[in-house]
Design a protein around this ligand. Structure first.
Ligand code: PLP
Length: 407
């Protein structure tokens, strides 16, 4: 399907009303969370209005309808990820929850003093702190692959650190701060050649590129629904079934058991064993609607449109005197960070807000990366399927005005 921006944008009700200051909204923070199309909002309302019930337990309608919808959503996610039969989908509350699950359930029982875990310098805190805390607990070492002088991951160091003591590699598919895209397929193969399991954080990838779990062949892949036009509170842990089968549950309660006595509990099979309690039913249904929405446009069409928009934005913003785009040569995703001589990113973001332009300023939950790059904060812009060159033009005008103001 051709990428018809007017038709697509019209499906997002948030753009139909002005900001409190009476401006049209230019939303440039989709990497934090995307806006929601009407079909996703409708799917949530439809569930709550027409077949709301808890799943798995009731033998009545609407419980059967809700259970079916929840399991259909799981199938839709598997299809979206081109998931092979070797893997399974566990629903979580988000990327962070999924990574913590893998850290505590998969790695912690395997981690010994002196073992090593490899991550990269560009990880979001969600894919750093859980591994760091595990390492501290077990007396293990966290190895961090730096960026090379070309602005990409230093693959030589990565290769060197895949050693006999490495118990896990955890890496992001796309940097949420720099827009750098990593070759997770090659990096997974390199780790597997040495028998090391790999987790891929696809939180910043799933909304704008095809993510093919079969091709990447990683052991764990995680993402959040809310960054890909779905609701908050739903996430995905797609993992190799035989690992999930062996992983002890880390949350206990209803829904994840087969038989319970006061002395013993038999756990349900995967995936239910890792989904204790009432799961995010509405979230899964909303996520399914988001996937249908994305696939109707086509991931290739989305990727091409956003790549062109990002190139246009970078060109325009770099044309402004005093602006430096960080790591520009390596940007491959619809987001990038920049700094402006003499103006703090928070001041920029505050002024842009007065013009109805939403950008993110700060460390973007990548404080160690900021430190490595020698900046305290950046301004980040990130695009969704509703953004246009008009949004970029508004931003450029407002940035120039902000620089004149602080000038
Ligand atoms: N990983 C990356 C690359 C992210 O960009 C984010 C959020 O910005 C996360 C993980 C955490 O996602 P969530 O807060 O939805 O769990």
């Amino acid at each position: 399907m051709a990428f018809d921006i007017d038709t697509i944008r019209a499906q997002f009700p948030i753009f139909q009303r002005p900001t409190p200051l009476g401006q049209p909204l230019t939303y440039l923070d989709s990497a934090a969370t995307s806006q929601k199309p009407q079909v996703v909002i409708d799917a949530l309302v439809d569930f709550y209005q027409h077949f709301n019930a808890n799943i798995g337990r009731g033998s009545y309608w609407p419980a059967s309808a809700a259970t079916q919808a929840y399991e259909d959503a799981r199938q839709q996610v598997a299809h979206f990820l081109r998931m092979p039969g070797t893997h399974a989908v566990v629903f979580t509350s988000g990327t962070t929850d999924a990574i913590n699950k893998v850290a505590r359930s998969f790695l912690l029982p395997r981690l010994r003093t002196g073992d090593e875990v490899v991550i990269t310098e560009m990880e979001h805190h969600a894919n750093l702190v859980p591994w760091q805390q595990l390492c501290l607990q077990a007396g293990a070492i966290l190895r961090v692959v730096p960026l090379g002088t070309d602005g990409r991951l230093d693959m030589h160091t990565y290769s060197q650190w895949l050693g006999a003591k490495t118990r896990m590699v955890a890496l992001t598919a796309v940097s949420n701060t720099l827009g750098l895209v990593n070759d997770v397929q090659t990096m997974t193969r390199m780790a597997h050649d040495r028998g090391i399991p790999v987790l891929v954080d696809a939180a910043q990838a799933v909304a704008h590129q095809i993510v093919d779990v079969g091709a990447i062949d990683c052991d764990f892949l995680v993402f959040s629904g809310h960054k890909m036009y779905g609701p908050t509170g739903i996430g995905v842990l797609c993992a190799r079934k035989k690992l999930l089968d062996d992983m002890p549950p880390v949350a206990f309660g209803g829904g994840m058991v087969r038989h319970v006595t006061f002395g013993h509990t038999g756990f349900a099979p995967v995936p239910q064993r890792h989904e204790a309690g009432t799961p995010p039913i509405a979230g899964a249904i909303g996520l399914q609607a988001a996937i249908v929405f994305l696939e109707a446009i086509g991931m290739d069409a989305i990727h091409q449109y956003l790549s062109e928009l990002t190139s246009y934005a970078m060109q325009q913003i770099e044309g402004l005197h005093g602006v430096t785009v960080l790591n520009r040569q390596a940007v491959g995703a619809p987001l990038f960070s920049f700094v402006i001589d003499g103006i703090h990113p928070h001041d920029i973001a505050g002024l842009l807000n007065e013009s109805g332009i939403a950008v993110r300023a700060g460390h973007h939950c990548t404080q160690p990366l900021m430190e490595a790059m020698g900046v305290a904060a950046t301004t980040r812009i990130s695009f969704g399927v509703y953004n246009t060159t008009h949004d970029v033009d508004r931003l450029v005008v407002a940035l120039q005005e902000a620089m004149d103001f602080f000038g």
